[in-house]
Design a protein around this ligand. Structure first.
Ligand SMILES: [Zn+2]
Length: 103
């Protein structure tokens, strides 16, 4: 699957930013719903370069976006691993998404 951007680049940024601490970052995202949608698109490999850039710029500035990305990414990774062995029901995916959206 070819993507015009690198998800792993964002993961590395989030990791580095998390180590740097919460200093100077906003604790509330005013665009939470939009940001989470974009994070999902990015992780699905379906985001536009503009959407990718928006999320990239939020890393290091917006805590909810950082945490949201890290959580979504880890869920996705875990599910991909499980998918290699057996099917994950779509209802499970939906319930995880709902829980993440309520964080
Ligand atoms: Zn944000």
């Amino acid at each position: 699957m070819s993507q015009p951007y690198q998800i792993e680049e964002l993961s590395a940024l989030v990791e580095a930013s998390a180590k740097a601490g919460d200093e100077g970052k906003q604790h509330h995202c005013q665009h939470r719903t939009d940001c989470m949608k974009m994070i999902e698109l990015v992780l699905d490999g379906e985001a536009t370069p503009e959407q990718f850039e928006h999320i990239r710029k939020n890393i290091g500035k917006c805590l909810p976006c950082e945490h949201g990305f890290a959580l979504e990414k880890s869920i996705k990774d875990a599910l991909l691993l499980r998918l290699e062995r057996k099917d994950v029901p779509p209802t499970l995916l939906d319930s995880i998404r709902t829980r993440v959206a309520k964080l």
